[in-house]
Design a protein around this ligand. Structure first.
Ligand SMILES: *[C@@H]1O[C@H](CO)[C@@H](O)[C@H](O)[C@H]1NC(C)=O
Ligand SMILES: *[C@@H]1O[C@H](CO)[C@@H](O)[C@H](O)[C@H]1NC(C)=O
Length: 445
């Protein structure tokens, strides 16, 4: 029997519909499986799945690379020579590391290269004209941001917005760090008045467009208008789950418990959540799995399994460091250990494919590894990550920003018939709930 054109069409239609459902079902399953691969915190998932899940943007591809004119070993010769009043002065970690009041010349001599981004932003804004109050008025103040000003050497908070405790604590920590860098300066009343907006979010795009002159924790190479500021963790990182305290106290704890090199475990340690940058973290877990030197595990904060304290990471010769979302707040804690950081100091491929090849020679010759660890401590923990360096950076930021700031700042608002800002000292003592949506002009005393 010959099929009529109509029923032939119906069969083809049925066939197409079937195909459609099959493809639909397959895609759905695929999405579920990939979603699972990205979000699970299980120790093991099939390597094929690790291949499938996307790696996401590499923060390193958009990161800022400094030119050699400003690197650690060949610092800006002009800057140091012109402005160093006492060339004989040399930074000594034990004596000067905690000194928040180094003068300008000492700061320049002690930390070549550290102020690079301040110079960059200053040059950028000079080419744009200058900065004024109106530029700040255009910035919508989102959660995680605050507006403050320095007037006659005193710090005032104009406004602050927090979505939760985490924002509030970070904002208070940043303000406190600014205050500390200010009061350590004997010339602070002579400083130029400035007003500024800062954000405690990981990325500029989390809060605003990159055309605004805000102070941020991280920037990509194309975000030229923003100014880099030091991390809040130098003051203290009081995570809700995990209280770390001031950075220099973490360092003290580590120095107290750190073991001699020969007693360190010849293992590579890492703890974290695989679901945070899953492709890369899973790649590390795979590269270290079943290796005699592998000590790489996923942390479960709810069940409190596999957690090791910051200072206990130092018991290991090798500490892995993996990409996250933005800049790394945790790297400096790893750098506090006299251990070898695997990624930035022993550089490995982004997917850890050469991890074994890179570690074997160091395991075979621990004195080579010890030299890397020693260099890391000398350069970072004992120099560029000290309170002295942090305070120097803050003051250099005030100065660079101040050199392009072109508005007068008054404490008193004629329009509102009240003070435009609350002194930092008073802000700190305020009921913490009032800090969440704070605006000095709407404050009721
Ligand atoms: C600074 O402000 C003054 C007064 O408003 C203005 O005349 C001048 O052009 C500004 N300077 C720059 C570099 O924008
Ligand atoms: C590393 O530093 C320690 C302590 O300063 C020192 O005793 C040791 O010789 C150094 N090791 C190497 C390989 O440089």
């Amino acid at each position: 029997m010959a099929l009529s054109g109509c029923s032939r069409w119906r069969i083809r239609q049925g066939y197409l519909l079937g195909l459609f459902y099959t493809i639909g079902l397959l895609s759905f399953t695929c999405i579920i499986v990939i979603w699972y691969g990205v979000n699970t915190d299980r120790d093991y998932i099939h390597p094929l799945l690790t291949q499938l899940i996307p790696a996401g943007h590499c923060a390193c591809q958009t990161s800022t690379t400094f030119q050699c004119s400003s690197c650690l070993t060949c610092s800006h010769p002009d800057l140091v020579q012109q402005r160093t009043p006492a060339p004989a002065w040399k930074f000594q970690p034990a004596r000067d590391g905690s000194n928040e009041g180094l003068d300008r010349g000492q700061c320049m001599a002690a930390f070549p290269g550290l102020f690079e981004d301040v110079l960059r932003a200053t040059t950028f804004w000079k080419s744009q004209g200058a900065l004024a109050i109106e530029d700040l008025d255009e910035i919508p103040l989102r959660y995680g941001m605050a507006r403050a000003f320095i007037h006659d050497g005193e710090l005032y908070v104009a406004a602050a917005r927090s979505k939760g405790e985490d924002h509030r604590r970070k904002i208070v920590a940043v303000l406190s760090a600014i205050h500390r860098a200010l009061v350590a300066d004997t010339n602070r009343a002579m400083r130029q008045n400035i007003e500024f907006v800062f954000s405690v979010e990981d990325k500029v795009e989390d809060v605003t467009s990159s055309d605004h002159p805000i102070w941020v924790l991280a920037r990509s190479a194309t975000e030229e208008a923003v100014w880099l500021m030091p991390d809040f963790g130098f003051w203290a990182w009081e995570n809700i789950q995990n209280s770390l305290g001031p950075y220099d106290q973490v360092v003290e704890r580590i120095k107290r418990t750190d073991v001699p090199w020969s007693q360190k475990k010849q293992e590579l340690v890492w703890r974290g959540k695989p679901s945070f940058a899953p492709k890369l973290r899973r790649a590390l877990m795979e590269a270290a799995r079943d290796q005699p030197w592998g000590n790489v595990k996923q942390v479960n904060w709810d069940q409190r399994t596999n957690i090791i304290r910051m200072e206990d990471h130092c018991q290991y010769m090798f500490i892995a460091h993996v990409e996250g979302r933005s800049y790394s707040a945790s790297l400096k804690y790893r750098q506090a250990c006299n251990s070898v950081i695997v990624q930035n100091y022993v550089e490995v491929e982004r997917d850890f494919s050469d991890l074994e090849d890179k570690l074997e020679p160091l395991l075979a010759d621990p004195s080579l590894a010890e030299r890397i660890a020693n260099n890391s401590v000398r350069t970072f923990r004992d120099r560029y990550l000290t309170k002295a360096a942090e305070a120097c950076y803050w003051r250099m930021l005030f100065e660079g920003y101040g050199s392009v700031w072109n508005s007068s700042i008054s404490v008193w608002s004629e329009v509102h018939r009240r003070e435009r800002g609350l002194r930092y000292e008073s802000f700190l003592l305020m009921d913490s709930r009032l800090m969440f949506e704070f605006d000095a002009l709407r404050l009721t005393h």
